[in-house]
Design a protein around this ligand. Structure first.
Ligand code: G6P
Ligand code: ZN
Length: 542
């Protein structure tokens, strides 16, 4: 029954920070998605009868690739395939399903926060048995396979009915269409004090959640409206659409502007949040106050003991290198280790598996814990709600008390999008070449202490990753970091991360732009972004 389809390699199937992401029209070429999926199976060599999880964020092309993937999985000897109903599984829900049902891995079909639609982006990511993104050793093996692949396997079978729950047979493989939401929602009830949050809601706690017409809609309606009692309509843009309603499902100040404006208006509820295309990112904004992802990580870690799932305390806190050091100060106060990893959630996997870190977070609006092996947007929302319910204070009061105790890491990220790749690479190369001359040099009030290219040795498995971002550290703890995005699909995106630390007792309630102006000037003097790219301002500031 197994059919062997001859094929030839595509040269551009190197997985990025988070899987393979390309335009839909690239994925829609004959053999393109099939080659990649077959390369995954060739690289991971599943044991006969293994379970595979498949789900995606519902974007355009999701159903087509799922049908192909099911047939390829059947031909490659998987015994059972679990698919989210309608092809929907948020990234954190997929991670949980892989773990809960003992799957050997999963295919997550998403391009995360990138736009969707026939002219937009699609993506395929492979997660391993621990529920987390495949580590580099595996993505390297997949890429190596894509370069030489000469066939893919499939079976002759009709499309699976993705919309009806239950089991179907595909050439001897059992395909189970599962409820996309229930397993994940039940897990949340084990971590958070739902009765306390429900009581706070009944007592007037209000919120707005923008699902951005992406995958979190059904998850948010289930937990926020059905299980916690927020009024219907709390979840906005809650129906997943193949093109996300024409929007960019990236929960930041630019793309979640409607929510942002609401939270700074007189009608603001107490708490506002949004998530991205595949549900792993979060935007947290209080009434009249934006909480940066780096601060949110620190504040969640400092208060996590208020939630039942974390009442016994945290083993450690991990953050990616460009994320501000705010969380490190919390770890220090708690007497637990702080880890600094390269960008990419996959780097947290070993720390979580080894029980070294309990909570992890990234400046790119990802926060999560050891409950799954992905970041989890709604998890962060629920932990915040648990904290608000337990403390009975406003977001602003909680943030101000946090800064008064730990000091404040003023922080911003400036993105320069769709630059010609060569220009961006030349800029980075010139910057790195200048590093030996920088220590001791003054830029306005800032003096360079050290400049380096970040490299990381995993403390659990010893794997080494070089070239993970260029950083210039100034005397006193301020710093700038530059790196090229690993998730874009057009040209290069340059990210400039700016951080300035004000200790407790310092200037804690100033405007972020004003506090970062010296750093912005230093960055221009050191890296010459405007001079080299011709861009006078970033496209997005987060
Ligand atoms: C994905 C990963 C994150 C990572 C981010 C970085 O979202 O899941 O873990 O932080 O990409 O994106 P970038 O575009 O900066 O490479
Ligand atoms: Zn995402």
């Amino acid at each position: 029954m197994i059919q062997t389809i001859p094929s030839s390699p595509f040269t551009d199937q190197k997985p990025g920070t988070s899987g393979l992401r390309k335009k839909v029209r690239v994925f829609a070429q004959p053999n393109y998605a099939e080659n990649f999926i077959q390369s995954v199976f060739d690289a991971v060599q599943p044991e006969a009868g293994s379970t595979l999880v498949i789900g995606g964020d519902g974007r355009y092309h999701n159903r087509t690739v799922i049908q192909a993937a099911i047939r390829i999985a059947a031909a490659n000897g998987y015994g059972r395939v679990l698919v989210g109903q309608g092809g929907i599984l948020s990234t954190p829900a997929a991670s949980h399903v892989i773990r809960k049902y003992g799957a050997s891995g999963g295919l997550i079909l998403s391009a995360s926060h990138n736009p969707g639609g026939p002219d937009e982006d699609f993506g395929i990511k492979y997660n391993i048995a621990n529920g987390g993104p495949a580590p580099e050793a595996i993505t390297d093996a997949i890429f190596a396979r894509t370069k030489v692949i000469d066939r893919w396997l499939t079976v002759e079978a009709a499309d699976v009915d993705l919309d009806t729950l239950g089991s179907q047979q595909v050439a001897g493989t059992t395909v189970e269409v599962i409820d996309s939401v229930a397993d994940w929602a039940d897990l949340m009830e084990t971590l958070f004090d739902f009765p306390a949050i429900r009581a706070a809601v009944a007592g007037g706690l209000s919120m707005a959640f923008d699902a951005m017409h992406a995958v979190t809609g059904p998850y948010a309606v289930e937990v926020l409206e059905r299980r916690l009692g927020f009024r219907p309509g709390t979840v906005q843009n809650g129906v997943p659409l193949e093109d996300f309603g024409g929007h960019h499902p990236d929960p930041n100040r630019v793309h979640a502007k409607v929510l942002f404006d609401l939270m700074f208006s007189p009608d603001a509820p107490a708490f506002g949040a949004a998530s991205d295309g595949d549900g792993d990112r979060n935007l947290i904004v209080g009434k009249g106050i934006f909480i940066t992802p780096s601060d949110s990580l620190a504040m969640l870690a400092a208060n996590a003991h208020l939630a039942p799932g974390y009442a016994k305390g945290l083993a450690g806190i991990a953050r990616s290198m460009p994320t501000s050091a705010a969380a490190d100060r919390v770890a220090e106060a708690l007497g637990i280790p702080a880890f600094e990893t390269p960008t990419g959630w996959k780097f947290f996997g070993t720390l979580l598996d080894a029980g070294k870190a309990t909570i992890c977070g990234e400046e790119s609006a990802g926060t999560g814990s050891d409950h799954v092996r992905e970041k989890d947007g709604l998890w962060a929302v629920l932990l915040w709600l648990n904290i608000l319910a337990a403390r009975g204070e406003s977001m602003e009061a909680i943030a101000r008390q946090h800064w008064a105790k730990f000091g404040r890491n003023y922080y911003a990220r400036h993105d320069y999008e769709a630059l010609p790749k060569d220009d961006a690479e030349a800029l980075m190369a010139a910057l790195e070449a200048s590093f030996p001359t920088l220590p001791g040099k003054a830029f306005g009030p800032l003096t360079v202490e050290k400049a380096d290219s970040f490299a990381y040795t995993d403390p659990v498995d010893g794997s080494f990753s070089a070239n993970q971002g260029l950083r210039v550290l100034f005397v006193g703890g301020s710093r700038i970091v530059l790196r090229l995005s690993g998730t874009g699909t057009e040209g290069a995106t340059l990210r400039l991360y700016l951080e300035r630390y004000e200790p407790a007792g310092g200037t804690l309630d100033a405007d972020t732009d004003a506090m970062l102006s010296d750093l912005i000037a230093a960055a221009e003097a050191i890296a010459g972004i405007a001079a080299r790219t011709g861009r006078s301002a970033p496209d997005v500031i987060t």
